[in-house]
Design a binder for this molecule. Structure first.
Ligand SMILES: C[S@@+](CC[C@H](N)C(=O)[O-])C[C@H]1O[C@@H](n2cnc3c(N)ncnc32)[C@H](O)[C@@H]1O
Length: 219
């Protein structure tokens, strides 16, 4: 096992990397027991949830779109008591998502009855003005779709984009950092719709696709 950006799956013997009493260590030990999750996904989700919590002005329901294991939502519920419950949505939930949830539930009983997983296209779930939409590594245009779901109802949104499809953009040919340019365009689009936007980041040691956009409607 290499560092926190490792794609290797956490297994029971890796519990030694998570010896403490903090949320990351307790969650890490629980997830090691399930032996299905790449180490980087735990750290991406934990750092993303921590940054979302720092940006948030209010809690309520979390809607985790393109959720995979729904770790961002679960960790956000664990670390920030303002968030009351969450729905985690993916058109193809990973087969071990229930085992991962059960492991976290055993370690954090306060998660009980607060998580719902839904197999659905992100466009087919209802979202509300009071929700906080989150999405980690919704590939390419899926990130834009998540932002659109938020702006439809003027809800807060945080996205960690990936798989920028800049090769289709003639205007970005030769640009020194086309992915950054596309994320700044996303930020501008949200601002033009009346949002306060912050371009944040999680650790580059966890993932190089580490830019995190937070947006909330202006008061
Ligand atoms: C790269 S994974 C990210 C998973 C998770 N958020 C994470 O950070 O590990 C992208 C996910 O988006 C889901 N997905 C793709 N298109 C979708 C859609 N139209 N609606 C809902 N989920 C979708 C896939 O099934 C996949 O689980």
């Amino acid at each position: 096992m290499h560092g926190v950006g490792s794609r290797n799956k956490l297994m029971p013997s890796h519990a030694r990397y998570y010896p403490g009493d903090g949320v990351l260590d307790v969650a890490g030990r629980a997830i090691c027991e399930v032996h299905c999750l790449p180490r980087k996904e735990l750290h991406e989700a934990f750092e993303t949830a921590t940054r979302i919590s720092a940006f948030a002005r209010r809690g309520g329901r979390v809607v985790d779109l393109c959720c995979g294991y729904g770790l961002v939502a679960q960790l956000l519920l664990i670390i920030d008591p303002r968030f009351t419950h969450a729905v985690a949505v993916d058109r193809r939930l990973p087969k071990n998502h229930v085992a991962v949830h059960q492991a976290l539930l055993a370690a954090f009983p306060r998660l009980s009855d607060r998580m719902t997983f839904v197999t659905s296209d992100l466009h087919a779930v209802s979202v509300d003005h009071d929700d906080t939409l989150v999405s980690a590594h919704a590939c390419g245009p899926l990130t834009d779709a998540v932002c659109s779901r938020a702006t439809e109802v003027n809800a807060a949104v945080s996205v960690l984009p990936c798989c920028h499809q800049w090769r289709r953009r003639d205007d970005l040919r030769g640009h020194p950092d086309p992915a950054s340019a596309m994320d700044h365009e996303r930020a501008e689009l949200l601002r033009s719709r009346g949002y306060h936007v912050v371009i944040d980041a999680i650790g580059a040691n966890v993932t190089q696709k580490n830019r995190l956009l937070h947006a909330r409607p202006q008061a």
